[in-house]
Design a protein around this ligand. Structure first.
Ligand SMILES: [Zn+2]
Length: 94
C-alpha cells in the first residue's frame, strides 16, 4: 500500500525540484549522517544525492554556484535555479 501510494504522490527533489519517479527517488539526510546535527529525511533525486555526498545542502549550493561560474553555464533556467538557492541561503542567515 505504501509503495502504491508513492506512485500517485508527485514529489519533487528538494534541491533541483525535478519530479521524482520510482527510478530516481532517493531519501537524502540533511545534514548528512556523520555530520553534526539531527538529520531530516528529504526526498531527493538520485543525481543530487550522489553529487551532494557528505556536503550539507548549503555547501552543495555553494559548490554548484562555483561550478556554474567555472563552466560558464549561461542556461537561463540554470541561472534562475542558482538565484533561488542564493536567495534561500540569504533568508536563512537572517
Ligand atoms: Zn535533484
Amino acid at each position: 500500500m505504501q509503495k502504491f501510494k508513492k506512485l500517485y504522490e508527485i514529489q519533487h527533489c528538494y534541491i533541483c525540484h525535478a519530479p521524482l519517479t520510482a527510478k530516481n527517488y532517493t531519501i537524502d539526510h540533511e545534514p548528512p549522517r556523520g555530520r553534526v546535527g539531527v538529520s531530516a529525511q528529504l526526498p531527493c533525486c538520485a543525481k543530487c544525492n550522489h553529487d551532494k555526498g557528505m556536503l550539507t545542502a548549503d555547501e552543495y549550493a555553494i559548490y554548484k554556484v562555483f561550478n556554474a561560474v567555472r563552466c560558464g553555464n549561461k542556461n537561463p533556467e540554470y541561472i534562475e535555479f542558482l538565484q533561488q538557492i542564493i536567495s534561500t541561503l540569504k533568508q536563512r542567515r537572517r
